[in-house]
Design a protein around this ligand. Structure first.
Ligand code: GLN
Length: 298
């Protein structure tokens, strides 16, 4: 029976308590995360919580919220709990079958825009996204280049399902085709199709570093999307050789790379031959983040 003296459970009280619980479980952005989780449970915008601090929660909302706080305390990433994450200021559905989009991956899109130049929005480019996961690179490329045709491949049917949902959500169904393909095996794409841009954020964490990752990442995100083999560089070596015949002369390969991997990837690109204009691009904090190369003309 509900006690008549039950203290009302307001947004303000609930947030304060959740913030303390998250902080004491070493969740860094405790306040923000508490707000995002409560906004999710109440199906409102985060800002609405500030506007209505005295709103009372129903018993089931409170219970639901406490369950989500417990999941977060067990280090399940916030994006998996609420089921989406922003990338390029757009919402993308995610679940444990796909890597959570990271801000650094926006560097791949920024570099693509730089290489393509302003006129490119009017061109019928063809773009390949290798290991698309939730589809972020393929979808943002399609949105930035409305006349482009994009192929997105991944070896996981579960990932392709999420990518498809995101493709529908962002209304780029006409522009993007998805294929199941293991990019570490011989490529099964039509050899008649050549690409202006081949993009990839492959798994690049070395197997040894994988064990040292934060539990949020190590225990929840798909290992297959993170583990790049003993030295973390296996995918780059493989993709460079497989992608090359699919690049148009003058077409570019653009990779996200892990910290300290840019020079090694640059060397692989140089050693392959037939590629020039190799560029290493840094993120805002000066870390090497993106490496690209162009297939020589002729
Ligand atoms: N950026 C991710 C991380 O450091 C790794 C992504 C990847 O392997 N492609 O956790």
């Amino acid at each position: 029976m509900v006690s008549p003296y039950k203290i009302s459970v307001t947004v303000r009280n609930t947030l304060q308590e959740a913030r303390n619980t998250l902080s004491s479980n070493l969740i860094e952005q405790a306040r923000l995360e508490a707000e995002l989780l409560l906004a999710h449970v109440l199906d409102v915008k985060k800002e609405d919580l500030v506007i209505h601090p005295n709103r009372e929660l129903t018993d089931s909302q409170e219970e639901n919220f406490q369950q989500l706080i417990e999941r977060r305390c067990r280090k399940e990433p916030l994006a998996y709990i609420i089921g989406h994450r922003e990338f390029w200021s757009l919402p993308f559905k995610v679940n444990r079958k796909v890597l959570i989009p990271r801000p650094e991956t926006e560097g791949v899109i920024e570099h693509l825009l730089d290489l393509a130049g302003e006129e490119a929005t009017k061109k019928v480019l063809s773009i390949l996204d290798v290991g698309t996961g939730s589809g972020i690179l393929a979808i943002v490329a399609a949105l930035e280049f409305p006349r482009a045709r994009v192929i997105a491949v991944d070896n996981s049917n579960d990932a392709l399902e999420i990518a498809q949902e995101n493709i529908h959500r962002h209304q780029v169904v006409e522009q993007i085709e998805t294929f199941k393909m293991n990019f570490m095996c011989p490529w099964t794409l039509s050899e008649d199709d050549l690409y202006d841009y081949i993009l990839s954020n492959p798994p690049y964490i070395s197997s040894k570093d994988f064990e040292q990752l934060m539990p949020d990442v190590r225990d929840y995100e798909p290992r297959v999307a993170l583990d790049g083999g003993p030295d973390g560089l296996a995918c780059y070596r493989h993709i460079i050789s497989k992608a090359f015949p699919y690049l148009k002369p003058g077409g570019c390969l653009i990779f996200e790379v892990g910290e300290d991997q840019a020079e090694a990837v640059k060397r692989y690109l140089q050693d392959h031959g037939g590629l020039d204009g190799i560029a290493i691009i840094q993120d805002l904090s000066g870390r090497d983040r993106v490496v690209s190369a162009r297939r020589v003309l002729g």
